[in-house]
Design a protein around this ligand. Structure first.
Ligand SMILES: C[S@@+](CC[C@H](N)C(=O)[O-])C[C@H]1O[C@@H](n2cnc3c(N)ncnc32)[C@H](O)[C@@H]1O
Length: 284
């Protein structure tokens, strides 16, 4: 499939259903390439090294075609796995992948087709929650501020972080208007709160987020936006304190052509240089 034939803006405007259609086929192709295989392997190795004993209950939030589920299924033969995703098409691929590993896979893995975020899922149970290469698409009628009662501190922090610009204009990376940025910050923070509800206190969330640079090389403002989005912002911004769901415990950066997933959507040459961050967060 040639990504240049996809109008990403038009597709994403239709909502998450596009992952059953054009974007589902695109993602299946992308996620099956060498760069993604390498990234999934690295993330798996990190999880194996990080956890002294196997996490018993693992959730893969927006699991797609199940690449990480397959890895963790083999790595942890006694763990229970739950894969959540809105795409029937990609979940079928995940099922086929697991079926190829073992015919009795359904004894240890549940795949649930659901729109995300979803606060009706079993809460407080998981030891590990994955959120890998996220691209959660809101449905056209969704308005995150209607769906969730944010605290005053969350709204004020999001407002400041969406309006603030770099002290040195040469370092400015934001092209979106403040309203777009504000909505994106709140939507991502809302997803972080959903990830937190799936975990018990002290459980871990491992995320892989596309990035143009290592975390330490991002400006302070970009690091704070990132922390707000992942629910780990532990400092006040402009006198406002957002609710903290997680504590950041580890983050490493890998250069990788997986960033082309972003370039396909933005057509911005800057999105050809970079890779991804693997971030480990502890549920507070
Ligand atoms: C870029 S893919 C990543 C998949 C997987 N985590 C991986 O790394 O292979 C994004 C996934 O999010 C799912 N998704 C996007 N928006 C969603 C929504 N609102 N509800 C449920 N799933 C959604 C898509 O179906 C797709 O599987």
């Amino acid at each position: 499939m040639d990504y240049r034939k996809i109008d990403f803006d038009e597709e994403l405007e239709t909502g998450s259903e596009t992952y059953n259609q054009a974007l589902g086929k695109w993602w299946l192709q992308q996620s099956g390439d060498k760069a993604h295989a390498h990234a999934y392997r690295k993330i798996g190795q990190h999880i194996e090294a990080f956890f002294p004993s196997p996490p018993r209950r693992i959730v893969d939030f927006a699991c797609g075609a199940g690449h990480m589920l397959g890895r963790l299924y083999r790595l942890y033969p006694k763990s229970q796995l739950l894969g959540l995703d809105g795409s029937e098409f990609l979940l079928e691929q995940a099922g086929e992948r697991l079926q190829a590993l073992e015919k009795d896979w359904q004894g240890r893995v549940e795949l649930i087709e659901t729109r995300l975020p979803n606060f009706d899922l079993p809460a407080g149970r998981a030891d590990l929650c994955l959120f890998i290469f996220p691209n959660i698409v809101p449905d056209p009628e969704d308005d995150v501020e209607d769906e969730h009662e944010f605290l005053v501190g969350d709204l004020a922090a999001a407002e400041y972080l969406s309006i603030a610009r770099e002290p040195d204009p040469e370092e400015e990376t934001v092209e979106d208007d403040p309203e777009t940025l504000y909505d994106a910050l709140l939507s991502d923070n809302f997803i972080a709160s959903n990830l937190r509800t799936l975990l018990h206190k002290g459980g871990f969330c491992v995320r892989a987020d596309y990035s143009n640079a290592a975390r330490d090389d991002l400006t302070q403002l970009v690091q704070r936006r990132l922390a707000f989005e992942e629910g780990s912002l532990g400092v006040s911004v402009n006198g406002h304190r957002a609710k903290q769901y997680f504590k950041l415990v580890d983050c490493f950066y890998c250069e990788s052509t997986v960033l082309e997933d972003v370039y396909h959507q933005t057509q911005d040459e800057a999105d050809k240089e970079g890779g991804y961050l693997v971030t480990t967060l502890k549920a507070l």
